[in-house]
Design a protein around this ligand. Structure first.
Ligand code: SF4
Ligand code: SF4
Length: 383
């Protein structure tokens, strides 16, 4: 057990890092009743909060890295302890002391890749637009309708790239005047911020803001709820405001305005998983469902934990970069729920969710009986 400094010093460090709300906690334990970790193993946000209040945080414990920032416990906390922000404050201290326990040992490598290449996947910045080869994709120029910002996973990850390609086919079909910034775009920085690396987040945000302003960007279309959250809610901290729209909203708008007729059938039972950063954190619940409902032949089924109560895939808060042992993966439980409602397709709208669900699907004996799809991929099949 290691605390970075005896009581008063760590209490001051937590306060300085933005975790002062810890002291409002009265230990009711409501947070632990809703936390997805307690469906797979013991974990107590209540205990973390208590230890921090007394300056007894063990920064070499993996527990400070567990929270996926899913947003469930802040919904039920009667004292507005702001568990996510307060938990990130503990990670800021660990980052400052260069202490990364358990699964978080991967974080320094991710941060190095973000610093050097602007993405967490250790890929060259120069190849950021390679996914678009052979597609009708232009470079963004001032005056275009929208900047399409696919985000790191859709630029580099082989599975997620299919989503970027499907998006382009749809935008092209609907006659949307869009462009990309390619190598001039960097990671939005949302997830590295949640691991406590505030300086790196600021550096990535400034790079993006400079690129957006230099290119005359006004409206940004994103595929990742993490980019959506950070461009929309965090970049205004830098005194800039861009119109940000998530692909699920944009698709629904195109369909609703008659710009994107859906003519082909997709005759399957589909259940929709609300990504934490699209749903709970940003209130986008209806547009993805409404877009799916417009697909001819598609039958939409709800899982018991939906919308505000959606069950986290496990990928937020930087956990997408941390190894989670088998038996502790939230996405495995979510796949059970999708299979349980008889879905042939688990649809979602987030690259982290897609990554985790595809892993879970591959590890299931009945994995061939269910598909994991981004809603963009389903809409593309219907045009
Ligand atoms: S729900 Fe809020 S007040 Fe209750 S134990 Fe958790 S952090 Fe403390
Ligand atoms: S935000 Fe989610 S993962 Fe984090 S402690 Fe709260 S319920 Fe658990």
């Amino acid at each position: 057990m290691e605390t970075v400094a005896p009581q008063k010093e760590i209490i001051d460090a937590i306060k300085a890092s933005g975790g002062d709300a810890f002291k409002s906690c009265y230990q009711c334990g409501m947070c632990d009743t809703v936390c997805p970790w307690n469906r797979v193993r013991n974990f107590s946000m209540r205990r973390l909060v208590r230890e921090a209040t007394f300056g007894l945080t063990e920064i070499d414990s993996e527990d400070i890295w567990r929270c996926t920032t899913c947003g469930k416990c802040p919904q039920v906390c009667p004292r507005d302890v702001r568990q996510i922000e307060s938990g990130v404050a503990l990670r800021r201290i660990a980052t400052e002391y260069d202490v990364f326990a358990g699964g978080a040992r991967s974080i320094p490598g991710v941060a190095a890749s973000l610093r050097a290449e602007g993405n967490p996947l250790n890929e060259p910045r120069a190849k950021r637009a390679d996914w678009a080869q052979g597609l009708p994709v232009k470079r963004f120029t001032e005056g275009m309708e929208v900047l399409y910002s696919p985000g790191c996973y859709l630029c580099y990850d082989p599975r997620a790239r299919k989503i970027a390609r499907a998006t382009v086919e749809i935008l092209d079909k609907a006659g949307v005047d869009f462009g990309i910034l390619g190598a001039d775009e960097s990671c939005c920085g949302e997830s590295i911020r949640k691991t406590g690396d505030e300086a790196l987040f600021k550096s990535l945000a400034r790079q993006n803001i400079r690129a957006f302003i230099d290119h005359g960007v006004k409206k940004i279309l994103v595929s990742s709820p993490h980019c959506y959250h950070s461009f929309r809610n965090e970049y205004p901290e830098f005194m800039v405001h861009f119109e940000v729209v998530h692909i699920s909203q944009f698709l629904f708008g195109l369909i609703d305005e008659g710009r994107l007729p859906l003519t082909r059938e997709f005759r399957k039972a589909v259940t929709y998983h609300d990504p934490c950063y699209l749903g709970r954190h940003n209130g986008v619940f209806d547009e993805p469902r409404e877009a799916l409902k417009r697909v001819p032949g598609l039958e939409l089924r709800e899982m018991p934990e939906a919308r505000q109560n959606s069950f986290c895939c496990g990928g937020g808060g930087g956990r997408i970069w941390m190894e989670t042992p088998k038996g502790e993966r939230f996405s495995d439980l979510r796949m059970d729920q999708a299979v349980g409602v008889g879905a042939q397709v688990l649809a979602t709208s987030c690259p982290y969710c897609i990554t985790n669900f595809e892993d879970s699907r591959l590890n299931r004996p009945d994995g061939d009986s269910i598909e994991v799809r981004d809603i963009t991929e389903i809409i593309r099949e219907a045009i």
